[in-house]
Design a protein. Sequence first.
Length: 303
Amino acid sequence: MPPYAFFQKQFMPLHEAKIGILTHALHYGTACFEGIRGNWDNEKERFCLFRLSDHYRRLLDGCRLLKINLPYSAEEMCQLTLELLAKSNYREDVYIRPLAYKSSETIGVRLHDLEDALLIVVTTLPPYLGNSTIRCCTSSWRRIDDTMIPARGKISGAYVNSALAKTEAHENGCDEAILLSQDGHVAEGSAENIFIVSKEKLITPASPDNVLMGITRDSVMTVARNEMGLASIERRLDRSELYLAEECFLTGTGARIAPIVEIDHRSIGTGGIGPITSTLQRSLLEIELGRNPHYSSWYTFLP
Ligand SMILES: Cc1ncc(COP(=O)(O)O)c(C=O)c1O
């Protein structure tokens, strides 16, 4: 079976799903998207789609920000996703990418008087930041501010900011960039939230520092509290606090929990994966596979 896409209100083989070269979103970034994991459980021979409806609720928030009107509710998009995944016949971990976009084929930068559309594709995803530990650099690019592009949505055009930072980090020999906010506080990675461990607590930048409200970020805070009795504090975080942290890690749907062992050529903590990070990694992996009944509201199984 070829991979399928949901495109123009129907399911079709991925290679048949094509957009016109004048599509508004292609030129102006007028789209928002999600990244959702479908975790294949080899033992149970089923997928666990992790926090599926939360992802679609965030997509609909992005649509509101961009004045995109979709003819689907979050529940309907969950159903479309399940149908698409069932058709696509994968038996390995998958990554689901819905994109809501301004689909008119026309020139002229704006949000109004344009048609809107939804597409969904399913693909495989190699480990996003590798499987082990990562080295980061503080970016010379600053995280977009909410006064420029809303930071609370996964808005396609805003990812130029992430791409600039990621490539700069790569060219400087690092795995990932850490972006600061306009006024110099820690915001997040190019496609991940950031946490430090300090004095038996997790600390992560708060929403006003223009962080995307990550679903993995929320899962980590919940799991840390429930499974380890660890409190999380959402507050302003300074760059030098990263350097002095006992442990530091990135979180994201793609990256899962990525332990940071070096930032700006300084080793973090002991220079290896810290004990809290590795416990969280183990717990979250188990939970993402749908194996912990305490989190059943986060799971959508297929079949
Ligand atoms: C800019 C940005 N920050 C943070 C995240 C992490 O969000 P989530 O955990 O919902 O994938 C992502 C990935 O979606 C992202 O693109």
